[in-house]
Design a protein around this ligand. Structure first.
Ligand code: PHE
Length: 377
């Protein structure tokens, strides 16, 4: 008969002082494993007389229970200690200031769109969007550019291959017939005028920033570029409202008061009358600086945007009564505005993704344009 209490005391002491989970596992194998000491004791039961077994059995089982319990207890304690240590090592002080400058920068196009959204929000304009993959009804027909109109050819449109599927077939509002509509990459943001007038009740005041596509490429043209459309629909709107809005916007954008505009009669199928808007600028050190009067010594005029009074037929195409509702619209190139304000001379660099260019012309990731803080500060 073994001295179980002494053996138990020794095993429990070893278990209690096991330094880590590996040491504990070694003790478990040595006591309870196939060839372990306690397992060997259990095997002796088979060779005992029934009377012996009745005495020894419970004592050996009690020893095994005690060792098993001690190992489980020590294991839980070691695991809890390991978790505590990990939590302590990985503790973060959320009250500390950020210690690294954010990586990356805001692209000038995004910056200018943010600036314009801020400027127009102050004048009560909401931001509207539309799809870049358009159908020719929204991009052309509804804007009073019928199929045979020469303006369609002027737009260098990217068309999708015709697929004759249901997605291309739309019912024509108010006419009760369907028509196959060719899908294309929108050539301007003007289809957002149509989408807005068809989905919202006037009065309407929106700007619509976004990408547009034309098959064209040189130093000042890329196949994809950015426009911002403006649309106001209300009662009693006239060209004075258009001119004031553009003047106010351009003064805020260029952050100077000496912006002088010239409205030149022009033609767009969706506006009548139409005006191209020029801005006075001076040439300084090879750069165009916007401001001043284009007719003054050393100044010249530069075409900046297209605009006009929304054509009554366009208003009617959207289901509104042109006798009640009038409005003005304008479209301006965002990339062009960025180049003028921030002094880049090659539009293609905008879309090269060159990190040196982005580091030089980009804006802080955490700075937000506000009117009160200076729009580009
Ligand atoms: N959509 C025209 C263009 O891309 C610009 C424009 C918009 C003109 C709105 C008048 C009114 O050239």
């Amino acid at each position: 008969m073994s001295d179980y209490p002494a053996m138990q005391a020794r095993l429990l002491a070893d278990i209690d002082s096991a330094a880590d989970l590996d040491a504990l596992e070694a003790l478990r194998v040595a006591a309870l494993g196939k060839a372990g000491g306690v397992s060997a004791l259990l095997k002796t039961l088979g060779g005992m007389s029934p009377e012996e077994r009745q005495v020894e059995g419970p004592r050996i089982h009690a020893l095994r229970e005690a060792v098993t319990g001690a190992i489980a207890g020590r294991k839980a304690a070691l695991e809890a200690a390991a978790l505590e240590a990990k939590l302590a090592a990985e503790r973060l002080d959320m009250t500390l200031p950020a210690d690294a400058a954010p990586r990356g920068s805001v692209h000038p196009v995004s910056q200018v769109m943010d600036e314009l959204a801020e400027i127009f929000a102050d004048m009560g304009f909401a931001v509207a969007t539309g799809p870049e993959i358009e159908d020719d009804w929204h991009n052309f027909t509804a804007l009073n550019i019928p199929e045979t109109h020469p303006a369609r050819a002027m737009h260098d449109t990217f068309y999708f291959p015709s697929q004759m599927n249901d997605a291309d077939t739309r019912s024509i509002p108010g006419e009760g017939r369907t028509e196959r509509r060719a899908m294309l990459l929108r050539t301007h943001t003007s289809p957002v005028q149509i989408r807005t007038m068809m989905s919202e009740a006037p009065p309407i005041r929106i700007i619509a920033p976004g990408r547009v596509y034309r098959s064209d490429s040189d130093a000042t043209h890329t196949p994809m570029f950015h426009q911002i459309e403006g649309l106001v629909i209300d009662r009693g709107i006239h060209m004075g409202h258009l001119k004031w809005t553009l003047e106010t916007f351009l003064k805020a954008y260029f952050e100077r008061d000496d912006i002088v505009l010239r409205l030149r009669p022009s033609y767009f199928p969706f506006t009548e009358p139409s005006a191209e808007v020029d801005v006075g600028y001076a040439q300084e050190k090879g750069r165009r600086i916007v401001g001043g009067h284009g007719d003054d010594e050393g100044h010249a005029w530069m075409e900046l945007l297209g605009s006009g009074m929304v054509h009554p037929r366009v208003i009617a195409n959207c289901g509104l009564d042109p006798a009640e509702w009038q409005g003005f619209a304008f479209g301006v190139g965002v990339d062009r505005l960025a180049m003028l304000k921030y002094g880049m001379d090659d539009l293609r660099a905008f879309f090269d993704g060159d990190l040196r260019w982005l580091a030089h012309y980009g804006f802080g990731a955490l700075s937000q344009p506000t009117l009160s803080g200076g729009i580009s500060a």
